[in-house]
Design a protein around this ligand. Sequence first.
Ligand SMILES: Cc1cc2nc3c(=O)[nH]c(=O)nc-3n(C[C@H](O)[C@H](O)[C@H](O)COP(=O)(O)OP(=O)(O)OC[C@H]3O[C@@H](n4cnc5c(N)ncnc54)[C@H](O)[C@@H]3O)c2cc1C
Length: 377
Amino acid sequence: MAGTALVVGAGIGGLSAAIGLRRMGWRVTVLERAPAFRPAGAGLVLQANGLRCLDVLGLGAAVREQGKADVSGGTRRSDGRWLARIEAGELERVLGTPAIGIHRAALHEMLLGALPDGVVVTGAPVVAVTAGGEVTYQHEGGQVRTRADLVVGADGIHSTVRRLLWPGAAAPVRIGVTAWRGVTPVWDRDVVVAITWDRGAEFGMVPLVDGRVYWFAAANATGESTGDEQELLRTRFGGWHDPIPALIAATSTVLRDDLACLDEPLTTYVKGNVVLVGDAAHAMTPNLGQGANQALEDAVVLASVAGRPDGLAVYDRQRRPRSQHVAKASRAIGRFGQQLQNPIAVAVRNTAMRLTPPRLALRSMARYADWRPPPLT
Ligand SMILES: Cc1cc2nc3c(=O)[nH]c(=O)nc-3n(C[C@H](O)[C@H](O)[C@H](O)COP(=O)(O)OP(=O)(O)OC[C@H]3O[C@@H](n4cnc5c(N)ncnc54)[C@H](O)[C@@H]3O)c2cc1C
């Protein structure tokens, strides 16, 4: 039976959980640490599984309008030679829906817009939580104590909820890789959705619907930031094929992250009335582009079962194996792709990729995205 729910964190996981729970009759409040939302972040790739979840949440059509789909792409070497190619429409043919590139801020705004005023409380960092559903948060100079029938820990990779209620769980670990993300101004040359691999580094580009281009880069062991990310990127990627140097040069704001993930999978996502979703439950490396897509899966599955007497146990049984399997695969792809440093291993990998029949390559790409959410009725 639906009751009251407190969601900790208004990221993609928390907002989509709030939308789903409300659709199932829950009275929901979202507590967000940040004092206000700024149009932050770069881009994101939403895959078939995430898009299908957005369909169930009633946002699929609007999100598709804000996303660029149906572009050809593949994997290249840093000299531009293709290792694997996918024609426009192929992924859609296999999965029934394309993958789309979208600006993270546009997705966040749409999720936020699907919730009535007052549901999301900003400037409200949660500082304490019990398995019984009591939550304490700071707000407007004081502390507020409240309780709910269900508490959803959607507070990201460095989750306070996980730290407080899963004291034995290992903290996220850095994997020795730095990632950069940027969005260019409107770009008037053709761009394909492509990823380029070289020894210990990668660069990816995704056209956005408004003509801008989202790009991401990653490299092994770059050390601490010198403060000039553009200079670092020019040194590392300046000799790579077109239009990589030009995309970097055209970007004014570059975001930098030292990548981390939850290396030791949690043994449960549930403690009493408290449940974890998204990065709080299974922070993964971005190599499969599945972190946000998995958060959307969590949200819809949680909303579909939370009102049942055994709902949280069902959520745990359904979500833990799949999300942890995807996280493990993402880490493995990172080691095989971006992180591979040894020149002989790189040459063997590249040959294997060139020799893989396109149909097989497509199947393995589609494997993790080929998931269908339950209905919310
Ligand atoms: C370089 C890079 C590229 C990526 N590319 C993709 C991609 O293409 N596709 C994809 O699916 N995923 C991608 N991801 C992963 C994706 O960004 C994350 O998995 C996703 O954003 C996680 O969402 P979340 O809601 O769980 O957490 P978050 O987005 O981290 O949101 C957590 C929220 O909780 C709030 N919060 C934290 N602590 C508290 C507290 N104590 N009290 C209240 N609020 C709190 C935070 O302010 C934040 O708003 C990428 C990640 C990286 C690093």
